[in-house]
Write a protein that binds this ligand. Sequence first.
Ligand code: PRP
Ligand code: URA
Length: 209
Amino acid sequence: MGNVFVFDHPLIQHKLTYIRDKSTGTKEFRELVDEVAMLMAFEITRDLPLQDVEVETPVTAAKAKVLAGKKIGLVPILRAGLGMVDGVRKLIPAAKVGHVGLYRDPETLQPVEYYIKLPSDINERELIVIDPMLATGGSANDAIASLKKRGAQNIRLMCLVAAPEGVELIKKEHPDVDIYLAALDEKLDDHGYIVPGLGDAGDRLFGTK
Ligand code: PRP
Ligand code: URA
């Protein structure tokens, strides 16, 4: 635990480049984020346990494998995390989805929690916290702390792009949480934006500004 995985799959890297491109419009941005989220979910679920079953093929009885029923929970951080949920759910349709509403105060860069609604059995679930951006790390740090306060035991963090500052904060505050990224960028600018990053993920996903 406490590991950082950066997915270098060519499809993820290719799509991420167009996500970063400032000339990519809202519709295409949303579609690309959805696709990358699905590809990342494929990588993140590599270690899910399997169990043996018997299946009747048209030819014969066979021993085969199915997922061993590990319960998954997805927790997008509102609002930008919503843009990645459907992509992940394409691969894990049975996952329950909780929501944590946080925004980053533009002056202080401190996260402000305004909403939380979670599945009742989060203590039994493998939770994947989802947010495209891990910048200072304040939002993810607070979201994870909030989940732990409510009984969560197993948490992973999935982001598109991270700054080293955010990764270091999560490693320090939550050494039990593995971090999954499509890219680890260079730094933060003076306004707390990731450089080179992709700009404001929420605004680009929802066409606000
Ligand atoms: C963005 C992003 C993260 C946060 C990352 O959300 O989606 O939640 O900033 O920054 P941090 O690591 O420094 O906390 P924002 O506050 O812009 O809210 P939004 O998703 O509603 O647009
Ligand atoms: N939030 C964003 O949406 N983008 C950044 O670069 C940093 C925080």
